[in-house]
Ligand binder design. Structure first.
Ligand SMILES: NC(=O)c1ccc[n+]([C@@H]2O[C@H](COP(=O)([O-])OP(=O)(O)OC[C@H]3O[C@@H](n4cnc5c(N)ncnc54)[C@H](OP(=O)(O)O)[C@@H]3O)[C@@H](O)[C@H]2O)c1
Length: 278
């Protein structure tokens, strides 16, 4: 039986992805969503059961340093491995500019959490497994000034160095030197660049042996709780798709058939590679 886990899937794109994947696999698979709160996990399971769709739920908090390891251990114990692992949940930033406290929370959760997720789930992937980190199209090197790009160049840096570069950004904010160093004033930009870079660097080192594919994804602008407060500012004048529309391309990415060597270590948006720029 195929096994999938979508981490952070109580609503929005993650909830739509769980539903579509579970419908696609039917009795041939088991899809787990994760939630931070038991009530939210149980509510999603009950909502889908009411539509004849069977899913499970497990606890997971991206901000908790032990959570990815525990989630992976639970799935290893139950199933031995997973075919699909998606990191979807994320700390959602407010409007720019970000203050130092918000940036520190975002980096601690989304960036350090992404590396923990990769390290927990990379080894758990079965043959032809697919791992997807839902990031953003903001996460390309062109969104950083030239003097900062080398820190995220995945030809030069491994996952740990990229993770350390994120700590450098937080330290610069705390020291009041972030603007002088050229960091963008919205934490979402460096955070997404770092998230894509660490996924790309991890994928490079992991390799595609056993047919495994590891990628970051941009879902495209989507109307969810995460973007509502940004539609009159950052995304003013732009059209947002529905979570169901966004999930279709993510289902495609995390169910790429066996025998493909690409995409791997890429940022993928609407089924096409968005060049990272290193
Ligand atoms: N919407 C867009 O246009 C857009 C564009 C680019 C990228 N993305 C990315 O797409 C992903 C999904 O976003 P969305 O728009 O669907 O957002 P959303 O509707 O706000 O949903 C966010 C999800 O993340 C979970 N989450 C938040 N903090 C978490 C944590 N510490 N640990 C585990 N899960 C956590 C939430 O769970 P709770 O219910 O527990 O809070 C919720 O299930 C995010 O990674 C986001 O950055 C979205």
């Amino acid at each position: 039986m195929k096994i999938a886990v979508v981490a952070g899937a109580t609503r929005g794109i993650g909830a739509a992805l769980v539903e579509q994947l579970a419908r696609l696999w039917g009795d041939g698979g088991m899809v787990y969503l994760t939630a931070r709160r038991e009530a939210d996990g149980a509510a999603q399971v009950a909502r889908l059961a009411g539509q004849g769709v069977r899913v499970g739920w497990l606890p997971f908090d991206l901000a908790d340093p032990a959570s990815a390891r525990h989630l992976a251990a639970t799935l290893r114990g139950r199933h031995g491995g997973v075919d699909v692992a998606v990191l979807n949940g994320a700390f959602v930033p407010g409007n720019p500019p970000s203050d130092a406290a918000e940036a520190a929370q975002m980096i601690a959760t989304n960036n350090h959490g992404t590396l923990r997720f990769l390290e927990a789930f990379g080894p758990l992937l079965r043959d032809h497994g697919r791992l997807v980190v839902v990031a953003s199209g903001f996460g390309v090197l062109a969104n950083l000034p030239p003097q900062l790009r080398a820190r995220f160049d995945t030809r030069l840096n491994g996952p740990a160095a990229i993770d350390a570069a994120m700590d450098g950004y937080v330290a610069a904010l705390a020291a009041g030197t972030a603007v002088a160093e050229g960091w963008p004033d919205w934490a979402n930009i460096p955070s997404k660049v770092g998230q894509v870079a660490v996924t790309r660097a991890y994928a490079r080192r992991h390799g595609t042996d056993r047919g495994v594919l590891i990628n970051a994804a941009c879902p495209g602008l989507t109307a969810t709780d995460a973007t509502r407060h940004l539609m009159d500012t950052v995304f003013k004048g732009r059209e947002a798709q529905t979570p169901e529309q966004a999930a279709r391309d993510l289902v495609w990415l995390c169910t790429l058939p066996p025998g493909m060597a690409q995409p791997h270590g890429e940022l993928v948006r609407h089924r096409a590679v968005l060049p990272f720029g290193d």
